[in-house]
Design a protein around this ligand. Structure first.
Ligand code: SF4
Length: 197
């Protein structure tokens, strides 16, 4: 019921394609296990990822290249001056592992709100960047640094430090996906063994 109200509200604000994408993502998030229904290790890693995403975005601060990197590109990427790497498809960014880590880390359906602007690539992309809090963004979005951004960070003098943080995010995310796979294997075999013996 709440999901359909959210969808109707989205239809008032957004185009149909974005409303559909938001609804699909919220359903997938709601279907993923909440913090109390994942393994202890998954829950700890999901919280660590949440913290790391915020730390990395604070370290990145106000970068300049992301404001003009999409200028002159074909649609949807070129709809806004900035955020070229946000011009992809929402479902490609929010993989099952990403959605699982967000849910286990505390992201809820109502945190997933799109910007009040034209739909141009990812559902959360707007003219002023991403409408999601750092904690609610996919890990890939936070750790990806394009060549132009890397050049800016190098000139600023903190590329190496940010690379280390992004590496840690990747390692932690990999450990999360492994812990998730182990728990899911245990669930499948628990059912098989419980039902057959
Ligand atoms: S979730 Fe945010 S950061 Fe990631 S692609 Fe979409 S708009 Fe960009």
């Amino acid at each position: 019921m709440l999901a359909s109200i959210a969808y109707l509200l989205d239809l008032l604000i957004h185009d149909r394609a974005r409303a559909d994408e938001l609804q699909d993502l919220r359903k997938r998030l709601a279907a993923a296990p909440p913090p109390g229904r994942v393994s202890h290790q998954e829950a700890l890693l999901a919280l660590e990822l949440r913290e790391l995403r915020g730390e990395i975005l604070r370290a990145l601060g106000e970068v300049q290249v992301c404001r003009g990197c999409a200028r002159g590109h074909p649609l949807p990427h070129g709809r806004w001056d900035g955020g070229h790497c946000c011009g992809g498809r929402t479902a490609h960014l929010f993989t099952d592992d990403e959605v699982a880590s967000l849910r286990a880390g505390g992201t809820r359906a109502w945190h997933l709100r799109g910007p009040h602007s034209e739909h141009a690539g990812c559902s959360f992309r707007g003219p002023r960047g991403c409408s999601l809090r750092p904690a609610d963004r996919p890990n890939l979005c936070v750790r990806y640094t394009c060549p132009e951004l890397r050049e800016e960070l190098r000139a600023r003098g903190d590329l190496a430090q940010i690379d280390r943080m992004c590496d840690r995010l990747l390692v932690t995310f990999t450990r999360f996906t492994q812990a998730r796979a182990r728990r899911r294997d245990d669930e499948v075999f628990g059912e098989l063994l419980g039902g057959g013996h």
